[in-house]
Ligand binder design. Sequence first.
Ligand SMILES: O=C(O)[C@H](CCc1ccccc1)CC1(C(=O)N[C@@H](Cc2c[nH]c3ccccc23)C(=O)O)CCCC1
Ligand SMILES: [Ca+2]
Ligand SMILES: [Zn+2]
Length: 318
Amino acid sequence: VTGTNSVGTGTGVLNNTVSLNTTLSNGQYYLQDNTRGKGIYTYNANNRSRLPGTLFSNTTNAFTASADKAAVDAHYYAGKTYDYYKSTFGRNSYDGNGTILKSTVHYGSRYNNAFWDGTQMVYGDGDGTTFIPLSGGLDVVAHELTHAVTSSESNLTYQYESGALNEAISDIFGTVVEFKNQSAKADYLVGEDIYTPNISGDALRSMANPTLNGDPDHYSNRYTGTGDNGGVHTNSGIINKAAYLISAGGTHHGVSVSGIGIDKLGTIFYRANTTYLTSSSTFSQARAAVIQSASDLYGSSSAEVTAVKNAFTAVGVN
Ligand SMILES: O=C(O)[C@H](CCc1ccccc1)CC1(C(=O)N[C@@H](Cc2c[nH]c3ccccc23)C(=O)O)CCCC1
Ligand SMILES: [Ca+2]
Ligand SMILES: [Zn+2]
């Protein structure tokens, strides 16, 4: 909508309070943030599946009702993810052109998932047992928005090894953005804040130990079937484990890695995604791309390059 910039307040899925950039127009305050790129717009699907639905608005600029919580987090976390890419790499929105970031919440009925549909982010409410509203996880929001960045850059095909790379890149940046914004509770788990509210300590995936969720942490254990587009959410564990080792260090399959930290993990994978990876990249080609990225950034004989080489070797990717 056309209006004036405003700052409202909101309550998130986990009942945290945040300030929100909104737009005032004709006495209505909209979840439309004009301060980032060409805008961040957050919509309500009203538990149907038509997209994008209706732009959230009210007359108070206080988005504190139960039905607002998923929208508050989708809006706020999209902003934080935008900020990471802009401040770290100078990237203006997912395509570099400031394109509007659209999110829709309350998608479907008790929908236990979230996705990037090629033009926008979409979040289900969950059934309350397996999931609570999925936009309540910053790592999930950053995961979805990173699919958009990947589509604009390497455009890794969403199947088999290129698809698992696509998935791992989204898990990596979901985690990096979480460390940047929620340092006190950041982890190498994915979706922990919105998964199984009655069970603590679990998550959709673990980058530190993918096998906790039955996902492989070594190339010799990769899934070779056709399910889930050739195991994109399973074989991502191999690359996620390498990424964990690059950041945090450790010894895996007898190979030791000296970690270089979460920030450098992000800068190296960002350069790989924007400069060397292509739509058909394999795990082996990703090893070369990430080594080259680290070399470009830190030098060919740097500790960062050594960490990358050892991490990929540790997960059996050569
Ligand atoms: O972005 C993605 O990779 C996932 C998108 C899945 C999707 C793709 C196409 C149409 C609809 C949904 C969504 C997320 C995901 O990893 N989903 C996994 C795990 C999962 C979530 N809900 C599920 C329900 C049933 C089975 C698996 C799942 C999947 O879809 O496999 C990412 C972070 C959290 C949710
Ligand atoms: Ca996490
Ligand atoms: Zn994904």
